[in-house]
Design a protein around this ligand. Structure first.
Ligand code: ZN
Length: 341
């Protein structure tokens, strides 16, 4: 465990198996690997200079939320083939173990955003990603699973397609569904309401899939309430907006709806202003008993890792050792990956 040895602050995590629940496949492949993958496919990139490319797929300066999501577009394009998804998933699982000793990992991606406008077959994309994940699991003692994502920009038919595939591959490594995507980019995304996908989420649940929804990140508490009432998710992606509503926090605590918080990501998207703001958020979550986990959202693009997130929270007196161990335990309990994997 080289990483622990190099950082005495994290010695308490020595021999602690770590769990990460919220990481996007588009953002857990290194820029070098993405560069290689793009060239292997003969893709025309916006730049021929590697260092410029690296800046395009990693965050160096804080961006607003919609700008930040634009960064996905390029990585999604590069991952838009079965082979690319195989390598990406394999790399994500292997990297999580080697860099962080993560032994339980959930990865999420949207297959429709990788099908080149309908040119690629979704089953091929999903199966190759699952096989890449499995291949890494042969090399390292990691339990992994894939969450398929719906999108706020999608038509009902497209989101229904995602859920259909999630159900189809449920016994083969797909463990849950999610919803994400820009809020203000298209007419469809601006008009989106959680109730639009209520029946789809219900189908997924009935099939035994886990449900997590991105809300309370760039959206407010009103949407969080709507998500909770309409979709009853097991977990929430981010959800930090809840700190403004004590009734909502009480609900999350009493129904044990687990937040997947992503500290560095929230700083990068300016949704959290600074460490003082972050300290207030976690203090409020703790004081109100809201169950939360710590995640990267995508380590390569955020230029972080789960261990670096822990280190940052400790160094800035945001969480204690006990809080971090508790958050990790919470993640281990809240995973959608069946214990039989
Ligand atoms: Zn996310």
């Amino acid at each position: 465990m080289g990483v622990t040895m190099e950082n005495p602050r994290l010695d308490f995590l020595k021999n602690v198996p770590l769990t990460e629940l919220h990481t996007h496949l588009g953002f857990c492949v290194s820029p070098t690997m993405l560069w290689e993958m793009a060239h292997d496919q003969g893709l025309k990139l916006p730049t021929k200079n590697y260092w410029e490319f690296e800046q395009m797929v990693t965050i160096y300066e804080r961006k607003n939320y919609e700008e930040y999501l634009m960064m996905y577009d390029l990585t999604e394009k590069i991952q838009s083939s079965p082979e690319a998804l195989f390598f990406a998933a394999q790399h994500a699982v292997s990297g999580a173990y080697r860099t962080n000793n993560i032994t339980t990992l959930e990865i999420r991606f949207n297959p429709i955003l990788r099908n080149r406008g309908g040119e690629r077959d979704l089953d091929h994309l999903i199966v190759f990603a699952l096989q890449g994940m499995e291949r890494a699991m042969l090399k390292y003692p990691v339990k992994a699973g894939i969450i398929l994502m719906m999108d706020r920009r999608f038509t009902e038919e497209e989101n229904a397609g995602i859920v259909k595939k999630a159900i189809k591959y449920k016994s083969r490594g797909v463990i849950g569904i999610d919803l994400a995507g820009p809020i203000n980019r298209t007419d469809q995304s601006r008009m989106f309401h959680p109730s639009d996908i209520r029946h789809l989420v219900k189908q997924a649940k009935n099939a035994g899939l886990g449900v997590t929804i991105h809300t309370g990140e760039a959206t407010n508490v009103d949407e969080m309430w709507e998500v909770i009432h309409e979709l009853q998710p097991d977990r929430i992606g981010h959800g930090i907006a809840c700190v403004n509503d004590s009734k909502l926090m009480e609900y999350l605590r009493d129904h044990h709806i687990v937040l997947e918080t992503c500290p560095t990501s929230n700083l990068h998207t300016k949704l959290v202003q600074d460490f003082d703001h972050m300290r207030d958020i976690y203090a409020t979550l703790k004081a109100n008993g809201v169950p939360f986990t710590i995640n990267t959202d995508g380590p390569e693009m955020q230029r972080t890792s789960l261990r670096k997130e822990f280190e940052l929270l400790l160094r800035n007196n945001i969480l204690t050792h006990e809080d971090i161990l508790k958050a990790n335990e919470e993640a281990t309990q809240a995973t959608f990956i069946p214990s039989t994997v």
